[in-house]
Design a protein around this ligand. Structure first.
Ligand SMILES: *Cc1c(COP(=O)(O)O)cnc(C)c1O
Length: 439
């Protein structure tokens, strides 16, 4: 977090900001690329300077659990790319979700979350967060009326993914933001799968945006990381609802984050309280690798989407495939929402069904050659996963069906290889599945 986050209406285009926002030549050495400040603590100028930093009267670096120059450069860049006011980077996407709710929730409070969240997020919200006295009510966010009706005095936010991992589901952000605004609660959008290249939730009215920077933002499968981004548009001054932000903070001489820091109140709280006490800091090297990833983000996303579109069309026409769920295909029920919210492409992660069920799924992932069988998305490499035999294997068959991880479901994260090679690899693996079924 720094004071000079580019404001709305930045004169520079997205591609310029993905390279320049948050960084400048190193003033000491002239180094053009951002240094990795692999450093824990920062020298105070004198005792007064130290005191004003600890009182939050001056922005600056104290200790890398709270902020670090390399991490701050990434924070400023991501805020700019999301057309937001401030951002806080942290150790993982799950840490970003923890920090988002930590600022909003007290024991007994709940969020209303989409049933289509990434499976790991459903587990985090429904199991571990319950131990803090927080709860989550899962609803189908296509049914806007039921979301509106479920809000009550203890609801502290609506939480969904712009483009959901993995099923090609798109949230109708504009009316969801209206529902949240009318209830004076934030709309929180996980924008991991879309990235700010394809969708900027703040432009549609979202208040907070979370990211797993582990995926497309870093882009090469090298670095765990997360980001919690604040639009700066939410009025947090409601001490009943949001005491962490709107009530005096005893640890900082009774200052009130939302009042003292205005549209940077949420982000200041995220650093000064959440990172301080949860300790979920991003490592400087991971911030640096993610900065490097963002420099080519728009180019990569364009190719990810083009390759995914070709692969999805190929699979839809393949006789060993029973269905394909990709919002870029006209057959998808989310195709119209994709045209509205993701006009540059529907991302590169989607699911399809392989004929022959569980055994066919296992054979398919084993027979792929250039495509890697692993549990990640958003790499330059094409990745494949059979959820029923891996990420969802602890669940019962009924639970797997409900989670969209039935025996025939395959998840693909289409990478940046030559599209014909990805298609050829899938084709030979699918042929081998068919051959096995015929034996
Ligand atoms: C991976 C992922 C997360 C969790 O992020 P981590 O960096 O693995 O903690 C959250 N949301 C979505 C959509 C994801 O794909």
């Amino acid at each position: 977090m720094t004071e000079n986050t580019p404001k709305f209406g930045s004169p520079y285009g997205f591609e310029t900001r993905q390279i320049h926002a948050g960084t400048q030549p190193d003033p000491v050495t002239g180094a053009r690329q951002t240094p990795i400040y692999q450093n824990t603590a920062f020298v105070f100028e004198d005792a007064d300077h130290a005191a004003s930093l600890f009182n939050l009267q001056t922005f600056g670096f104290v200790y890398s659990r709270l902020s670090n120059p390399t991490v701050a450069a990434l924070e400023e860049r991501l805020a700019s790319l999301e057309n937001a006011r401030g951002s806080t980077c942290c150790s993982s996407g799950h840490a970003a979700q923890l920090m988002a709710l930590f600022a909003l929730m007290q024991p007994g409070d709940h969020v209303i979350a989409s049933t289509r969240l990434y499976g790991g997020s459903i587990t985090q919200l429904s199991k571990s967060f319950g131990r803090f006295g927080w709860s989550a009510r899962f609803l189908d966010f296509d049914d806007l009326g039921s979301v509106r009706e479920a809000i009550n005095g203890n609801t502290r936010g609506l939480f969904c993914e712009s483009l959901a991992n993995p099923g090609g589901v798109i949230s109708d952000l504009e009316p969801l933001a209206e529902i949240a605004r009318a209830a004076k609660i934030p709309l929180i959008v996980d924008n991991t799968m879309a990235t700010p290249v394809l969708c900027r939730p703040v432009d549609w009215g979202a208040d907070l945006v979370t990211h797993s920077t582990t995926k497309f933002l870093s882009g090469n499968g090298t670095s765990m990381g997360g980001a919690l981004i604040d639009s700066g548009n939410m009025d947090w001054m409601d001490a009943e609802r949001f005491p962490s932000l709107a009530a005096p903070e005893p640890a900082y001489h009774g200052l009130t984050f939302a009042e003292s820091f205005g549209d940077l109140g949420f982000t200041t709280h995220a650093h000064a309280v959440s990172l301080r006490d949860l300790g979920t800091s991003m490592a400087p090297l991971n911030a640096w690798l993610t900065l490097l990833g963002t420099e080519t983000l728009s180019l990569r996303m364009e190719r990810h989407c083009a390759n995914a579109q070709r692969v999805a069309e190929f699979l839809e026409g393949h006789e060993a495939v029973s269905w394909v769920s990709y919002a870029g295909l006209p057959s998808s029920p989310y195709h119209q929402l994709a045209e509205k919210y993701l006009p540059k492409g529907a991302g590169s992660v989607f699911t399809f069904g392989v004929k022959g069920g569980y055994q066919a799924g296992v054979t398919l992932v084993e027979r792929c050659e250039i495509i890697s069988h692993l549990a990640n998305i958003g790499d330059t490499r094409t990745l494949i996963l059979h959820p029923a035999s891996t990420t969802h294997r602890q669940l019962t068959e009924e639970q797997r069906e409900a989670a969209g991880a039935g025996p025939d479901v395959i998840r693909l994260s289409v990478g940046l290889e030559t599209a014909d090679d990805i298609i050829a690899d899938l084709d030979q693996a699918l042929t081998s599945v068919q051959r096995q079924a015929a034996e």
